[in-house]
Design a protein around this ligand. Structure first.
Ligand code: PLP
Length: 383
């Protein structure tokens, strides 16, 4: 079976994990800060908080920005459910902004129209979560411009996008956002097994997210309500969680960070090969903006044929051991969200996109021969 995505673990990665297992700390030791520092310095952000998943990172990012009951968060319907669920965890409500039919990212013109209407109705969002779909940055400059005008905060969901760039800078530097989050799930660009990180340039948001990661506890005397009783003393000043990552995972993450550029260049090579090899087929290949370089988490094609055929094409590819997938079934059509108030037709472009999309295998270990097999099988399926 050729999967749609998978991790790439080297001997050095394995050794890094073994070294932690033989050391004094297997959690909350020095590997976590080393991993945070590697991502922080790579992205250029001032602060980094490593956690046990991107979902946790989204949750504490929302809390740090003060999202609560009565507030609104807007995101893209073309994403993993976690980008929206984080608002519900905080008691806030979720709404979506339809996608751009060319990039499959949140449409800035749709966002602009929706904001204008929301302002009149007094229903502006507190947070907007642009998702860098497949690893290609959203139009962050334009979204930040709207953020300044309408007063919302921005969390970049860059779960797909570590290693990508926007306007020449690595994604994660938070030049146009309050917080950026990454995922280190095994299908993503680098992995820690499970894991995530939140990056920010704000010392205040950093402090809050660090506390929320660990039960809302502080050991900083400046933040305490009274004089510490002694060196053992700590105070819980927020309601936080246990969202900590382990040193075992962080060591793997640090080792994987050393290989990030190798991963992204191999993914880019695979994308370039697909672009060439698919030229003759009746499919739409991923459009790339001049301002962004994708990290190529996913390679999504759209079938130019009636939607009925997607099921057949998909089945044929799967029967040949090709683990094609679909990203994403629109979040607002998930039963949980339908029950909230959403329905078919709410975000027509995301729905239309979903009917035609197929994710082809994309990961550094995909061989050229395997890729050619994918393309020839697809050609056969489309006949
Ligand atoms: C994978 C993913 C997440 C969640 O990541 P976890 O690390 O699995 O919690 C959130 N948003 C998007 C867009 C993702 O692809």
């Amino acid at each position: 079976m050729i999967p749609y995505g998978r991790q790439d673990i080297s001997e050095a990665d394995i050794q890094a994990v073994i070294d932690v297992l033989r050391s004094d700390w297997i959690t909350q030791g020095p590997a976590i800060e080393r991993f945070e520092e590697s991502v922080r310095s790579y992205t250029g952000a001032r602060h980094a908080v490593a956690v046990n998943s991107a979902t946790s990172a989204l949750h504490i990012a929302c809390l740090a920005l003060g999202l609560k009951s009565g507030d609104r968060l807007w995101t893209s319907p073309n994403t993993f459910v976690a980008s929206a669920n984080c608002a519900l965890y905080c008691g806030a409500t979720v709404d979506f902004v339809d996608i751009d039919p060319v990039t499959y990212n949140m449409s800035v013109s749709e966002l602009s129209i929706k904001l204008e209407r929301a302002e009149k109705e007094g229903k502006l969002p507190k947070i907007v979560v642009p998702v860098h779909f497949a690893g290609q940055s959203c139009d962050m400059q334009a979204i930040k411009g709207l953020g300044d005008r309408y007063g919302f905060h921005i969390i970049e969901d860059a779960s797909h996008a570590i290693g990508g760039t926007y306007e020449g800078s690595p994604i994660g530097g938070c030049h146009y956002s309050d917080i950026t989050i990454f995922s280190f799930h095994p299908v993503k660009i680098i992995t820690t097994g499970e894991g995530g990180m939140a990056l920010t340039n704000s010392a205040e948001l950093f402090g809050k997210m660090q506390r929320l990661r660990t039960h809302g506890i502080t050991r900083d005397a400046m933040q305490m309500s009274r004089e510490p009783d002694g060196l053992w003393y700590y105070e819980q000043i927020d309601l936080g969680f246990n969202y900590r990552i382990t040193d075992i995972q962080a060591a793997l993450g640090f080792s994987q960070m050393m290989r990030l550029s190798e991963f992204v260049s191999r993914r880019t090579e695979i994308a370039d090969r697909y672009n060439k090899q698919l030229r003759a087929l009746p499919v739409v290949t991923p459009f790339q903006q001049g301002t962004a370089r994708s990290a190529w988490h996913l390679y999504v094609i759209l079938l130019n044929q009636p939607s009925r055929n997607r099921k057949d094409v998909f089945r044929l590819l799967r029967s040949k051991g090709i683990g094609v997938n679909v990203h994403y079934f629109p979040v607002h059509l998930q039963p949980y969200y339908r029950a909230l108030r959403f329905s078919e037709g709410n975000f027509p472009r995301a729905e239309e996109y979903y009917k035609k999309a197929i994710s082809l295998p994309m990961y550094p270990g995909l061989t050229n021969a395997e890729q050619e097999f994918v393309v020839s099988s697809l050609a056969e399926a489309l006949q």
